[in-house]
Ligand binder design. Structure first.
Ligand SMILES: [Zn+2]
Length: 108
C-alpha cells in the first residue's frame, strides 16, 4: 500500500496517510551535522522544510536553531519515523540523529 507523506500548516506537522504524526517544537540531538559548530547540536525544530519516504523510511529537512549556540539553520535529511505494515512508528527526537546529505527519494 502506498504511503502518503506531506507537510501541513507551513511545515508545523508531518502528515502520514492523512494523520498528523510529527510536530515541530521538539528538540533533536544531532551528531555529525553541519547546522552549527557544536559537536552535538541541541536543535529546536521550527518547521519541516521537506519530507520524503523510501521503503517506509520517512526523512525530513528541519529548519530551526541550536539552543546551545543559537545558530539557525536547516538540517540535511533526518529520519523521523518509519511505516511498518501500514503503521507509523516515530523515532525519539532526543536520541542522537545523524542527518544525511541525501534521502533516497530526495530530488537532486
Ligand atoms: Zn550549536
Amino acid at each position: 500500500m502506498p504511503v502518503a507523506v506531506h507537510t501541513l500548516d507551513d511545515g508545523a506537522w508531518i502528515s502520514v496517510n492523512d494523520a498528523r504524526r510529527v510536530s515541530v517544537s521538539d528538540l533533536w540531538l544531532l551528531a555529525r551535522h553541519d547546522v552549527c559548530a557544536c559537536e552535538v547540536a541541541d536543535f529546536l525544530a521550527e518547521a519541516f522544510v521537506s519530507v520524503g519516504i523510501s521503503d517506509g523510511d520517512i526523512a525530513a529537512k528541519i529548519a530551526g536553531r541550536c539552543i546551545v549556540c543559537g545558530d539557525e539553520s536547516v538540517t540535511d535529511w533526518v529520519t523521523v519515523g518509519r511505516v511498518i505494515d501500514g503503521e507509523f512508528h516515530g523515532v525519539i527526537p532526543e536520541s542522537v540523529h545523524i542527518p544525511r546529505l541525501r534521502h533516497r527519494t530526495s530530488p537532486r
